[in-house]
Ligand binder design. Structure first.
Ligand SMILES: Cc1ncc(COP(=O)(O)O)c(C=O)c1O
Length: 290
């Protein structure tokens, strides 16, 4: 689905194997009976083809900072059921939400369509870089077992490099003993820095932020090149910003959005304010004279 704004995040279709190889076909009875939304339905149908086996959703979203509602996730599950595909839910930013919408795990719709959920310690527990996560099957109807998807995933575990043993050793402590206070504090800092981003970006003339981030650690903003006198595109913008102001943002082209920028706000409030002030001076310096 190619979004016109970033508020919706993205769903992508995986086209590795034909659906017949998973052997799964939509059932007739589901616990969730809402009709799938027309636009989602049409966009998904347009993306998929006869080889499509799964839909990938990232919730809360990187790069857009979007959070899906229960209703929206229900429509996704219903759509997957209709298409006879499963859902891969990347939820490494689970529970990192600070807007009105609470995080809802896709797995609650596992009886509508089978769901493979990905999780990680890197975001919620703030242990980035150690590559330790998990895959959970939310599949009360046993589709993944029947179709040997679980066996296939297990066989891949043998060829991937293992995370360091000391991180593996820390997992029981980490899961059992991390206090709610720690999670609350992380979300509170993200709420504060998301607000700083939202407010400060309003004062940057060549940048528009279409929707306030509600989760994860990122926001996508649109670059208006017509206001800038000597910047070619998003990549040029980011390279020169890094060189001139020592501020790093991701060019949108890296995540499929030409002339957008991804800004992360997972940083101390004072550093974020400084970074956004530098971004503003950079834009002013490169602005066309009025
Ligand atoms: C959406 C998403 N999924 C997965 C990952 C990978 O997480 P990990 O640090 O556990 O490898 C990231 C990391 O940035 C991410 O943004």
């Amino acid at each position: 689905m190619a979004p016109t704004s970033c508020s919706q995040g993205r769903a992508t279709c995986s086209t590795r194997r034909a659906p017949s190889s998973t052997g799964w076909r939509p059932g007739t009875s589901t616990s969730y009976r809402r009709e799938a939304g027309r636009s989602t339905s049409m966009a998904c149908k347009a993306l998929g083809d006869g080889n499509t086996v799964a839909m990938v959703i990232v919730n809360p979203g990187n790069p857009c900072g979007n959070v899906y509602t229960y209703e929206h996730l229900g429509k996704i599950a219903e759509m997957a059921r209709k298409l006879g595909i499963f859902v891969i839910a990347d939820e490494v930013y689970a529970h990192l939400t600070f807007g009105k919408k609470k995080f809802v795990p896709m797995g609650v719709f596992g009886s509508v369509a089978p769901v493979l959920t990905l999780g990680s310690i890197s975001k919620r527990w703030v242990v980035p870089g150690w590559r330790l996560g998990w895959i959970v099957c939310n599949d009360p109807n046993g589709v993944f077992h029947k179709t040997k998807v679980v066996d296939s995933i297990k066989s891949y575990l043998d060829i991937s490099s293992d995370p360091p043993t000391f991180v593996q050793g820390a997992i029981p402590q980490l899961i059992k003993n991390t206090k709610q206070e720690f999670f609350d504090k992380t979300v509170e800092v993200l709420r504060q820095t998301a607000d700083i981003c939202w407010e400060k970006l309003k004062g940057v003339s060549c940048i528009t932020c279409p929707s306030r981030p509600e989760g994860s650690m990122f926001v996508m903003v649109k670059l208006d090149l017509s206001c800038l006198k000597d910047i070619k595109d998003d990549m040029d913008f980011c390279c020169r910003l890094a060189k001139e102001e020592l501020v790093v943002v991701l060019p949108g082209c890296a995540v499929g959005y030409k002339n957008w920028l991804r800004i992360t706000f997972a940083i101390a409030p004072s550093s974020l304010e400084d970074g956004l002030d530098r971004l503003k001076s950079f834009c002013l310096r490169h602005s066309k004279q009025k």
